[in-house]
Design a protein around this ligand. Structure first.
Ligand SMILES: [Zn+2]
Length: 232
């Protein structure tokens, strides 16, 4: 990591509440907590196992007790980063049975990756050492539905919501002429585009090539509860 990037992450320290405001040294950037030793594939298997338990109505009951909280006050070493929608039905911790300190999550409506979220994801990968990023779209996403309505019906959204829709409209247009349900096709395409966007980041591409990072796209089915991986 370059000196300038160390300083950049140091400036984020108070924001993430895990490290001091002073720039962290690489060795203690996760607050003294060892980074996960899971490989990208092992991290993905753990995520999917947690979801299978959730689907089967036998969710993992993560340890959220006081001892765990105290241990985590020293730092964090999550095993996965999840890029999810802000939708109240798609909280990743619930869907995979993850407790405190296990997954690092960014959430905006439409599970896109605006610049501040990209910085957060880079923090999770570079400093906290997560070996997996999952971009998680979901069935009947309202944000994607709004983008579909903009494209197909000329819906006009309030200016305050417009920044949310740009990448979603791009995804809708990419699948507009495909057979099947346009909304669901766009949900899938949007997740794929998010994964591709992240995979193109030079720092992430380098880690992917070295086998240290995996980036996947996925769709969450609201009623079935199942997370399905998508080809990217
Ligand atoms: Zn959504």
């Amino acid at each position: 990591m370059s000196l300038s990037r160390r300083h950049a992450f140091g400036a984020l320290g108070c924001m993430f509440c895990a490290v001091a405001v002073t720039p962290p040294r690489p060795a203690d950037a996760a607050g003294g907590v060892p980074k996960t030793d899971l490989t990208p594939d092992q991290a993905l298997a753990r995520l999917m196992y947690g979801n299978r338990r959730f689907v089967a109505d036998q969710p993992i009951q993560p340890d959220i007790g006081s001892a765990r909280r105290r241990a985590l006050s020293a730092g964090q070493a999550p095993y996965a980063t999840i890029v999810a929608c802000a939708d109240s039905r798609s909280a990743p911790e619930t869907l995979v049975g993850a407790g405190l300190g296990e997954i690092f999550v960014t959430r905006v409506a439409g599970n896109t990756v605006p610049a501040p979220d990209l910085a957060s994801i880079a923090y999770a990968v570079d400093v906290l050492g997560t070996p997996l990023i999952a971009v998680l779209g979901h069935e009947s996403c309202g944000a994607v539905a709004a983008a579909v309505a903009v494209v197909t019906q000329g819906l006009v959204v309030p200016p305050i919501m417009q920044p949310m829709l740009g990448p979603l409209i791009f995804a809708v247009n990419a699948v507009r002429n495909q057979p099947g349900d346009l909304l669901d096709n766009a949900v899938r395409e949007n997740a794929r585009q998010g994964a591709r966007q992240l995979s193109r980041q030079p720092e992430f591409a380098e880690k992917i090539a070295a086998g240290k990072l995996k980036i996947v796209a996925a769709r969450y089915d609201l009623d079935e509860g199942q997370i399905t991986l998508l080809d990217t």
